[in-house]
Write a protein that binds this ligand. Structure first.
Ligand SMILES: NC(=O)c1ccc[n+]([C@@H]2O[C@H](COP(=O)([O-])OP(=O)(O)OC[C@H]3O[C@@H](n4cnc5c(N)ncnc54)[C@H](O)[C@@H]3O)[C@@H](O)[C@H]2O)c1
Ligand SMILES: O=C(O)CC[C@@H](O)C(=O)O
Length: 527
């Protein structure tokens, strides 16, 4: 039974879901990095929010870990490239807290417009300062939304409902989507110049880091109010403080900080700044949503192989997972075969899907072909990191699909172009589940792969089979199955021999020396 650790505070619904779906679960929150490292080796999955830091060091000792699930959106606390390199799938729940976070941004905007926190403190202190707090209306004001994705577009929609004018800067926002949302798509400088309120909703990336620095703030309208419920690091905090101190910025509402937890900040103690401790996602509804979703996604992955909302792997639906399973084995064998018979640098790989398999989601299969192909060449390859490794090595990867079946109802063909040759291997499923190799290079052959195989290219001449059998027999190697194929009588032939033990190098040399043998290679496959 797979085992998951929940290491941040998640709604108890998560535990129930894991158990209902056959996953054992421990909840241990507040672990220090060394404490996490000491126990993570036991777990197949790690469910987190934003406190647990999934670093390279943690991943290095997480020897059984298959999946990290983030109950929320941002994965800044996960070293995703390191997880990918270790073959660990990283998932998040991209929609579960969007409404809640958008509502927090709107609440912050109202709080800024009417100075509600300061008025609250003053009233509790018995001051009744009715003349001190003079707010501004939102009606008719311009809201600038930087980043108009899930949350930004909900904020925009609510602001339109409040009769605000909304301008949005987001390079990936289409004109049609902007029109549907009732927002005006503008460049950043125009947004800065026109907005009475600015709200940030981008991820923290190299392009968005410090997007509101002194230079950008100088372009804003005097009296602008700024809201950040996205990520600390989007605003240069010292520059914001200076702009507030000078009076150019009238107020700021911040849910997120460059350093979190923010126990100290140059921004604290200023009434013009409203702060909340990263509460954007903190509603009962959002926390139920994300906990439930993350537990469902992780359980499905661990139990059925379904992949949803992964940041480093193609999706596999729960419906597709059982259909893909037998093809996964075939894809691994084909990739492994091509990888073992390939001896020079790989330039490109084309995976051709024909017949029934062409109707499936083939991206995970291609990832597995790449895993099988690269495994003989590299130390730790898996279906998560194989596509990345192929890209890094400039290996071009292509897929082709043909719905109509030719000789087989379903077929996967792997064509590998190396510096010197083209290698082809194709396979099908017998009875819908048993992988069979049906073509090697141009030669038809029908073979089941076993752990130890001998692959021979030979000239189709009498006496070859007898000599090969004797050579193997003399070496005490038992033949389990023997498959032959040839293009035509007397032409190129292939022998695929399954043997009960490893073929040692000396024996391989003797086989290579037999008359009619063009090339002999010992291959190994997962049992
Ligand atoms: N405060 C919280 O508790 C809380 C809760 C949920 C999400 N968040 C954060 O809110 C942010 C937005 O989340 P989301 O779900 O809307 O993400 P999303 O991916 O749906 O939207 C992000 C948008 O930013 C845009 N974008 C990317 N680069 C940009 C750039 N250089 N300039 C302008 N726009 C750019 C993208 O095109 C996209 O439309 C994330 O940083 C997320 O981590 C915070
Ligand atoms: O888990 C949280 O409380 C914060 C979540 C939020 O920052 C997110 O990116 O989803």
């Amino acid at each position: 039974m797979p085992k998951v650790l929940i290491s941040d505070s998640l709604s108890p619904r998560a535990v129930e879901i894991f158990k209902e779906r056959g996953v054992e679960v421990d909840v241990i929150t507040g672990l220090k990095p060394d404490e996490l490292k000491a126990i993570i080796g036991k777990y197949d999955g790690l469910a987190i929010r934003s406190s647990t830091k999934v670093t390279k060091e943690v991943l290095a000792v997480a020897t059984n870990l298959k999946v990290v699930g983030r109950a929320g959106i941002g994965v800044d606390n996960v070293d995703v490239p390191a997880a990918t390199a270790s073959g660990v799938v990283v998932m998040n729940t991209p929609f579960g807290n969007s409404i809640t976070t958008a509502e927090h941004a709107i609440a912050m905007m109202f709080a800024l417009a009417r100075e509600i926190p300061a008025a609250n403190t003053s009233t509790h202190a018995g001051k009744w300062e009715k003349n001190r707090f003079m707010g501004v209306e939102l009606y008719g004001k311009t809201l600038g939304v930087i980043g108009c994705g899930n949350i930004g577009s909900i904020v925009a929609d609510r602001a339109v409902g409040l009769k605000m004018r909304v301008v949005a800067f987001d390079p990936f926002l289409s004109a049609e989507r902007a029109q549907d949302l009732g927002v005006e798509k503008v460049e950043l400088d125009e947004l800065l110049r026109r907005a009475d309120f600015i709200t940030l909703h981008t991820p923290l990336t190299d392009a968005t880091r410090n997007v509101l620095d002194a230079k950008a703030l100088a372009k804003t309208k005097p009296g602008v109010r700024i809201i950040n419920c996205a990520r600390g690091g989007l605003i240069v905090e010292a520059d914001l403080k200076a702009a507030l101190d000078s009076g150019h910025v009238a107020g700021a509402a911040l849910d997120v900080f460059a350093e979190e937890p923010a126990k100290e900040s140059i921004l604290f103690g200023n009434e013009k700044i409203i702060c909340t401790p990263h509460l954007g996602a903190s509603t009962t509804e959002a926390q139920e949503n994300v906990a439930l979703q993350v537990a469902e996604q992780m359980s499905d992955f661990l139990v059925t192989g379904a992949v949803v909302n992964a940041l480093n792997m193609p999706s596999v639906s729960a419906e597709d997972a059982p259909k893909l399973k037998p093809y996964m084995k075939l894809a691994e064998q084909l990739g492994g075969f091509a990888g073992q018979i390939t001896e020079t640098g790989l330039k490109s790989v084309t995976v051709e899907y024909e017949g029934q398999v062409a109707d499936l989601n083939t991206r995970p299969l291609t990832a597995i072909v790449l895993m099988g192909l690269l495994s003989p060449l590299l130390a730790s390859v898996n279906m998560v990191n194989a596509p990345v490794i192929a890209r890094e090595r400039d290996i071009k990867v292509a897929e082709t699909k043909r719905d109509d079946a030719a000789d087989y109802q379903t077929l996967i063909r792997v064509v590998v172009q190396t510096e010197r040759a083209t290698r082809t291997v194709a396979g099908t499923l017998f009875g819908g589940e048993k992988p069979r190799i049906v073509q090697i290079e141009e030669v038809p052959v029908e073979a089941e792969l076993s752990e130890h195989m001998l692959f021979i290219r030979n000239e189709d001449k009498p006496g070859f089979i007898g000599k090969l059998g004797t050579t193997l027999g003399d070496a005490g190697v038992n033949i389990a199955t023997f498959h032959l194929g040839r293009t035509e009588a007397g032409a190129n032939a292939i022998a695929l021999v399954s043997v009960d033990q490893e073929v040692a190098d000396g024996l391989l040399e003797r086989i290579q020396g037999l008359p009619s043998v063009v090339r002999a290679k010992a291959l190994r496959f997962q049992a």
